[in-house]
Design a protein. Structure first.
Length: 82
């Protein structure tokens, strides 16, 4: 992606760190690994539909997790303000 090998390495490490963090912190690890497996299968099979469906499921699950965290935090804040 980058012609500068340092930037290319930095981008790769950032992406590796993101995946590790996402799997560790955002809900059921097994579910996240299964979603990633389906995406990689779609890539291996060169199946645009499988890739699209896998990415949709993956990102929707993160959106749900963020909303749950936001709602929980709002509830905690509301309780402490009373």
């Amino acid at each position: 992606m980058f012609e500068n090998p340092y930037l290319s390495q930095l981008q790769g490490k950032t992406m590796d760190g993101y995946v590790a963090y996402a799997i560790e912190k955002m809900g059921d690890k097994q579910q996240k690994l299964e979603q990633l497996r389906r995406i990689t299968e779609g890539i291996a099979e060169n199946s645009e539909q499988k890739i699209r469906m896998g990415l949709r499921e993956y990102y929707l699950s993160y959106a749900d997790a963020f909303v749950e965290r936001w709602e929980k935090k709002a509830e905690e804040t509301e309780k402490t303000e009373k």
